[in-house]
Structure formats: C-alpha cells, structure tokens
Design a protein around this ligand. Sequence first.
Ligand code: GTP
Ligand code: MG
Length: 409
Amino acid sequence: MVIYNNIPEDERVLLVGVDLQKKSQISIESSMKELEELVKAAGGIPISSIVQKRNKIDSSYFIGKGKVEEIRLYCDELDIDTVVFNDELSGMQIRNIENIVERKIIDRTTLILDIFANRATTKEGKLQVELAQLKYRLPRLIGLGKSLSRTGAGIGTRGPGEKKLEIDRRHILRRISEIERQLQEVKKVREVKRKRRDKSSLPIVALIGYTNAGKSTLLNTILNICGEDFENKEVFAYDMLFATLETTLRKAKLPNGHDFLITDTVGFVSKLPTHLIEAFKGTLEEIKYADLLLHVVDCTNKDLDIQIKTTLDVIKDLKVSDKSIITVFNKVDKIKEEDLIYNISGPKLFISAKEGKNIDKLSEISHQISSKKFVFTKILFFNIYLNNWEACRPIGLKNSYTSPYPKKF
Ligand SMILES: Nc1nc2c(ncn2[C@@H]2O[C@H](COP(=O)(O)OP(=O)(O)OP(=O)(O)O)[C@@H](O)[C@H]2O)c(=O)[nH]1
Ligand SMILES: [Mg+2]
C-alpha cells in the first residue's frame, strides 16, 4: 500500500486496482498513476492505493471479498470518503462493495465521465457527455448505490444529466433518443459550416494523441509562429489529463501567405469508456476531414508504445487509419538522447513544443501541404517526408536511421 503525502482537506479518495498480469496492457503501476491523475483532475485527493494480484475478476465483488473487508478498515483508518476502482464495475459489484465498505464507490468510467461532465462547455459537449452517462447508467439501474443516487455529492455525481436522472428506465430511454435527436441537429449545423469551409479549400491539419502529450501546447506554439489574429486565442494547455475537451479549429498563415487550418482534439486515455468514444464521435469527426494527422506522442513516457497503440486503435475505430499520419515525438527537451526509444514505422519528427525545437520543420510540412492541396496523395506525402528528412531524425541523435526511406506507408 502506498500512502501519498501533502493531502489537503477535501474529498479523500482510496484507489483500488487489480493486476491481472496481462502483458498486452499498460503496466499496473502506470495505470494506477494515471488513475491518481484522473482523481486529481476530478478534484479529489488521492490518499492511498491498493493493488490486488488476481487471475480473474470476481463476479460479485470484482476483487476478493476479504480484500473488500480490508478496504473497509483502511477507509476507517484513513478517513476515506470515496473508493475509486481502476476498471469498469457492474451495478451489482458496486452495490455489493458499497454494502461492506459503506463509502461511495466509483469506477474508472464514472470518474472519466465526471471529468468530462465538469469540463464540457459547449452545448454539443454537454449533450455528448450526458448521452455517455445515461448509456453507462442504464444497465446499472438495479445496482444503484450511493454513488449514483441524486443525493450524493462530489466525484461521480456531476453532469448535465444529473437533475434529469429520475432513475426511471423509460425516462432515460426517452432522454437518450431526445439527446440523439439534438446531436443530429448539431451535426447538421456543423456540416453546413464544413461545406462553407470546404469552399475555401484550405487544407486541414489535425493534432491527435494521448492525453497530456502536448497537443494544445504544440497548437499554441504553431499559432505563435504563424497564427492569424492570435491575440486572446491561445488554447488551454495544462499538466492535467483531459485539459482539452472540445475541438478548436484555428487558421494559420505562413510567411509566404499560404493559409491552412489546424485543429486540436480531445486526448485519448487507456480504457477510455466505449460510450464516451461513441458519444464523442461527432466531435472527433473533424479528424475525418483532415488532410494530415499529426500524432503527438510524449516521448518521455515509458508507456509510449501503449499510448501510441491506444491512439491508433481509436483512429482505426473512427475508420481514418488510411490518412497520412506523421508521428510527432514531443518533449525531447526532457529526455536524454540515449533514452529515446521508438520503433514506429512511417514518417516521424522529433520536437519540443515548449522550447520550439523543430517547429519550423513542422510548419514547412504544413506549407507544402497547403500549396499542393489538390494533389495531396500519398506520393506527395512521401516527397514532403523526403524533403524534411533532416527533421525526421531525433535531434542530436547520431544516425538512428541510415536510410531516409520510411519502412511503410
Ligand atoms: N518539457 C516539455 N513539456 C511539454 C512540452 N509540450 C507540452 N508540455 C507540457 O505537457 C503538459 C500537457 O500539455 P498539453 O498541451 O495540455 O497536452 P494535451 O495533449 O493538449 O493534453 P489534453 O488536452 O489533456 O489531451 C503541459 O504541462 C505542458 O506544459 C514540451 O515540449 N516539453
Ligand atoms: Mg489539450
């Protein structure tokens, strides 16, 4: 058990994880660290964490019943308000655990939905989160416990759907179809805007990637160099998971007068609730209309392989994996050359969004796209890659690659 220091007075949270020792998944240490960051992003205070090694999940209690009783003791001892599980729980598991622990029980999905509910600002964002919350709650109505009741407060109880949750199945179903209808309307408006934009024929570059990789910082840096009317338009970039929730589309002008559009997107995270991806497909649709995807990766993260895979999986799910993608390894200012490991095929760039390293190369690539938009094919993309080969090597690294030819397109 790990005890965290410097804890202010507020909603005190105990973190619980299960280690199924699967090699294909993010390590349990990283996953629990990520959960800790998610708790902070939701405004909670991580007090302590417990991990149980298991071969399989217990259908009634998720972890062993004995462990649940142990958790009850920790909660009393550490004055815990809320217990957050690192995975999605069934309604019955939540109720069973709550009966023993007598605290609010939250799972990872509820936590993520709660952060989104707190941060969504646009009408569309709010509708999307409410839809995801309702779809999550629907099969769990029977298991309703403290965490899902309307009398609760704090993490897991927020969101636009909160007031409307009269916990009646028919009411929820009606609300779901109402939201879906409203989202269709929003989609129509977006399509009209998109058509207008298409007329201007400006190429679109979309920044995608794992949460906290530095997408918004990169957008700000690019706009600082070549943004139009940049004043007061800086996007929110912060050391916090899901700092960005809504897509922002900005116009940039290169010194030679060429314009292009650049868009930031919501970051991905491992075990991102499926309902949420589903609900956010509307927003993520912007990616579908992009001419180039810049996949931003935090190269200082030791789980970068899993982070890359998580992003590529979502991209695949959105059916846009055939788009031209440049992998942009960010934060090179924070890492020693010899520690930089990567084995990704295709074009790549090594940059520091914070210190502006190699941003000019990135802008140059965008320029080449903007000037040749109408012949934007994989061949052109290949040329761009060759022209910028200098930037496609890690900064200061000695010949990591001997051939400038990408392995795969
Ligand atoms: N050292 C270093 N830190 C960086 C760099 N780029 C971004 N950061 C930091 O990384 C943190 C996350 O940056 P954001 O730009 O908000 O990341 P994001 O990908 O937009 O994150 P979400 O919106 O949560 O998906 C911030 O604290 C940034 O200051 C970089 O090149 N070097
Ligand atoms: Mg962001």
